[in-house]
Design a protein around this ligand. Structure first.
Ligand SMILES: O=C(O)CCC(=O)C(=O)O
Ligand SMILES: [Fe+2]
Length: 280
């Protein structure tokens, strides 16, 4: 069993990401190791591990150290008994995830964490990018931060269904009606563990800011969607087979680069989250 003193944490950039070494995720972890990894996740937003062949049970056991695995909300809408750990070709949905987003933020309690493991990769391309929403918030001017602190925004399934195109999107329309398509969350989210403020609107799912006029909302969202893309807050990860990424949807957004056309098979699991709350 890995204990904390064998584990190293090497930041990728000062804003976001860290590579973890000295731990095999297929084996049970000591509590000291889990605490260290959780702290690394809180500090860096996304943590990476190399050379981690994991079957579904091993992946489920690993992530259960951090919370409760749930079926992917978007894929599971309308289906019962879906497995929590999935393995599939993400090439099929690459245009839905080639947008900066926090996972399924249209749900009332968006997933806290997501884990992804590379199984089979294209010969070139298919990197994933992450951006720190703490750094994005901190870089805004004081008047804009003050305004955003008091606002809330609608997050909806609709933009992603559109992005997926009618062929794939059609299958979800029925479920959209069953499950309710949208929820309102604070524009600035207080992270429940760190107490820090993070920008919590994203181009993937957010459709409007409730308290502004439609024109104001469109313009303010455009500023924020552009802002999170800055290289100042973001990093890019070039996957190798058996790399694992584990990220905190409460403090980072991500973007999957769709610059490939062959299979890209990834193992994936999301963990239950709680209802976002803001500063007011
Ligand atoms: O394809 C990827 O690298 C990430 C896709 C994505 O957005 C996700 O798995 O949540
Ligand atoms: Fe995602």
């Amino acid at each position: 069993m890995a204990s904390a003193d064998e584990i190293t944490v090497t930041p990728v950039t000062s804003a976001v990401g860290a590579v973890i070494e000295g731990v095999a995720l297929c084996k049970p972890l000591r509590q000291s190791a889990v605490r260290l990894l959780r702290q690394a996740l809180l500090d860096h937003g996304v943590i990476f591990f190399h050379d981690q062949p994991l079957n579904a049970d091993e992946m489920r056991a690993f992530v259960s150290n951090f919370g409760s695995p749930i079926p992917e909300p978007f894929a599971a809408a309308g289906m019962e008994d879906r497995d929590t750990v999935t393995e599939g070709d993400l090439e099929r949905t690459k245009f839905a995830t080639a947008v900066w987003h926090s996972d399924t933020s249209y749900t009332p309690e968006p997933p806290m964490l997501t884990a992804l493991r590379a199984v089979r990769l294209p010969p070139l391309g298919g990197d994933t990018c992450w951006s720190s929403m703490y750094a994005a918030y901190d870089a805004l001017s004081e008047p804009l931060r003050t305004m955003l602190d008091g606002l809330s925004a609608v997050h909806s399934m609709a933009p992603v269904l559109q992005r997926m195109g009618s062929a794939i999107g059609q299958g979800y329309l029925f479920n959209e009606q069953v499950h309710g398509a949208q929820n309102t969350h604070p524009v600035i989210r207080i992270h429940p563990e760190t107490g820090r403020k993070a920008l919590f609107v994203n181009e993937g799912w957010t459709t409007r800011i409730v308290e502004l006029t439609p024109a104001e909302s469109a313009h303010v969202l455009a500023i924020l969607f552009e802002h999170v893309k800055s290289p100042d807050f973001s990093m890019r990860w070039q996957w190798k087979p058996n790399d694992v990424a584990l990220w905190d949807n409460r403090s980072v957004q991500h973007y999957a680069v769709p610059d490939y056309s062959s299979q890209r098979v990834m193992q994936r699991v999301v963990l239950a989250g709680d209802r976002p709350f803001g500063p007011h």
